[in-house]
Design a binder for this molecule. Sequence first.
Ligand SMILES: *Cc1c(COP(=O)(O)O)cnc(C)c1O
Length: 394
Amino acid sequence: MISSFHPPQRILMGPGPSDVNPRILEAMSRPTIGHLDPLFVGLMEEVKSLLQYAFQTENQLTIPISAPGSAGMEACFVNLVEPGDKVIICQNGVFGARMKENVDRIGGVAIMVEDAWGEAVDSEKLEKALAENPETKIVAFVHAETSTGALSDAKTLVEIAHKAGCLTIVDAVTSLAGVELNVDAWNIDAIYSGTQKCLSCTPGLSPVSFSANAQEKIKNRKTAVQSWFLDMNLVMGYWGDGSKGAKRAYHHTAPINAMYALHEALVILKEEGLENSWARHYKHHLALKAGLEAMGISFIVKEQDRLPQLNAITIPQGADDAKIRSRLLNEYQLEIGAGLGALAGKAWRIGLMGHASNQTNVLTCLSALDSILTSEGAKINSGVAVNAANGVYS
Ligand SMILES: *Cc1c(COP(=O)(O)O)cnc(C)c1O
């Protein structure tokens, strides 16, 4: 007979989902109320304003899409790209390829500007591509490439795109709350994120934000948005367009309890403070880095472009990728990420995202890796990692 499912308590240090703060799980278990209940409408308003804080924006159209990060991606593309539109996509990992999939399916023309996996997006290549394709309407790129651990200079890339008269779509699924991100100061037009990375919430929602220029473009489209569910004209009618007392029209039923969870996650972020959250991610990255480097393990990404919340490292010589990861899971309840795409079998990805970015996790991970890699006969310096990390903390 099939009975209730009781998962073990894991330590989630992969590319997401990350450890969920128990406060968030508790919030999720509160009573479900109707999605048009005045109290729920009040909660929606608070979620919008908390998201404006997280994104550092005053954009009225700042809401969570009722589906995971990939749906936020799709929402940005289907609303801003019309058939025939030229879109430059700067690709430096897995997620840029998905942007191309979106543009292709819409009937847009994707122009790929490629950088090596593990490198930040090269702004000079973007400038050159824009000069060669003056009729480009949109520039899209990933701020924090989770597949490689590289951070790109969003501010500069957006500036270059705007000089060429383009709107910008930015993937901030892994960057939000983990590294500096200022939607208004950087003039980003459309941005999407996810709940299960540095917000440490359960997976399943995708915060998005659209600037006034992006909204203008959506309102003046010549063609209907291909996706009924993700059509922001309709979604706006459900979430309210910012005007006081605007009537809410039923579009879909918001995932009520997931919304309690996001609300709690954002309250936690506000309590900590955004800058403090960025600083905490950086501090624990430095400790993990000290431990890994003492072991003799190297990073894929060069120092100035590294994401603190996603540490992509080379698998040491003599280590069996799958076996080590399964021993970590079975013996330590610890999940780290495998390499993705071009880095499959070559890299591990250690996430220090949100609630998971803490000293206990850093030390546990280093000590588990040290012990398992040593027992497997991998080529590392044994017994020094934890001390090296503690050196950063003391
Ligand atoms: C995780 C991730 C996504 C997709 O988010 P899902 O919630 O898995 O759909 C998109 N972009 C980046 C950079 C990501 O890390």
